[in-house]
Design a binder for this molecule. Structure first.
Ligand SMILES: NC(=O)c1ccc[n+]([C@@H]2O[C@H](COP(=O)([O-])OP(=O)(O)OC[C@H]3O[C@@H](n4cnc5c(N)ncnc54)[C@H](OP(=O)(O)O)[C@@H]3O)[C@@H](O)[C@H]2O)c1
Length: 298
């Protein structure tokens, strides 16, 4: 799609995080792609990264997903450089629980001190006095692993009581871990891997919708290996859309508690992705797309 203006884009409706006054347009933006290659160091094109962030917000995006371990620090510093002082209503969702090794690996950072330091890193690099939403990120690289999350979550709940965090979410968790977490503090959102081809969380998403909890899938476009499917291609051609737009529209129609954070380092891709919020998929098309991930799972 080549349209030069992004005005009047339908951002897919909105969703209010439970127990909060934060109403997010369902099409948001994920900032991880703004750092350098392998999410490490500065981007090749700093001005381009800043342009993506400004274009997103100018287009009505009011939900940006980030982390201080992207870069590390780089992505948050770019967000601050591009958008601070932040417009009213912009919600920045960050996450704690990981750090980067010197070899660019992704390591856990779930000790009490690492979590406290992580909050202060985010506050400093984003230029904020309190963080809107912090996801506690546990588990493996892209899949949850069962086990208690009580210890790190108790630290986050303490930081919330201190006013450094306003609301708490979880990332890379199972329904059992959510239940454990809800006995400790209120959980407003879940961020797990999910897309048209990876549907492990179908049943979980339904249960979250019943509870009014937001689900923000990471890798909505497949992440580091973007989605490739002949069904997506054929559907896109028939609808005069792109495969990525179809993948995003499918997510928006999948469940009303799904909020999107597609990542891109390109203004062109950003515009294309935002327009997916206006794409309506007929039910027979959805049935075809469901076959990509092996059909719905409950
Ligand atoms: N909680 C977690 O553990 C976790 C893990 C991973 C990510 N996340 C969050 O989730 C967000 C989204 O994930 P993601 O960015 O890794 O994956 P993604 O949104 O699934 O895909 C991003 C990839 O798709 C490409 N892309 C984007 N729009 C495109 C388009 N219209 N046409 C063709 N290619 C397109 C991007 O390249 P270009 O830059 O060239 O557009 C990039 O390579 C991240 O920004 C991050 O905030 C969280």
């Amino acid at each position: 799609m080549t349209t030069q203006t992004t005005a009047q884009i339908d951002l897919g409706g909105s969703f209010t995080l439970p127990g909060t006054s934060m109403t997010l347009n369902r099409m948001g933006y994920g900032a991880m792609q703004l750092a350098g290659p392998q999410v490490w160091g500065p981007p090749r094109d700093v001005d381009g990264a800043i342009a993506v962030l400004r274009e997103a917000v100018a287009s009505g995006v009011n939900h940006i997903d980030t982390s201080d371990f992207y870069g590390p620090h780089v992505t948050n510093q770019l967000i601050k450089q591009a958008l601070h002082p932040y417009p009213d209503g912009l919600v920045i969702v960050t996450k704690l629980g990981a750090r980067r090794g010197e070899d660019k690996s992704w390591l856990h950072a779930l000790s009490r001190q690492e979590l406290i330091d992580g909050v202060h890193d985010n506050l400093r690099n984003l230029g904020l006095d309190s963080l809107d939403v912090v996801n506690l990120r546990v588990g493996g690289i892209s899949e949850p692993t069962e086990g208690s999350i009580e210890e790190p979550l108790t630290v986050l709940a303490e930081l919330k009581r201190q006013g450094l965090i306003r609301h708490i979410g979880l990332s890379n968790v199972t329904p059992k871990q959510l239940a454990e977490a809800q006995a400790i503090t209120e959980i407003v959102c879940i961020q797990n891997m999910y897309n048209v081809a990876h549907r492990t969380d179908d049943g979980f998403i339904h249960d979250l919708a019943v509870q009014g909890i937001a689900y923000m899938p990471f890798f909505p476009l497949g992440g580091f290996t973007p989605l490739q499917s002949s069904t997506l291609d054929a559907t896109a051609a028939a609808l005069d859309a792109t495969p990525m737009q179809v993948a995003l529209a499918w997510l928006l129609q999948r469940s009303p508690n799904i909020l999107l954070i597609p990542g891109t380092s390109s203004v062109g891709h950003l515009r294309e992705n935002l327009k997916a919020a206006m794409l309506r998929l007929p039910s027979e098309v959805i049935a075809d797309l469901d076959s990509i991930g092996g059909g719905p799972r409950q």
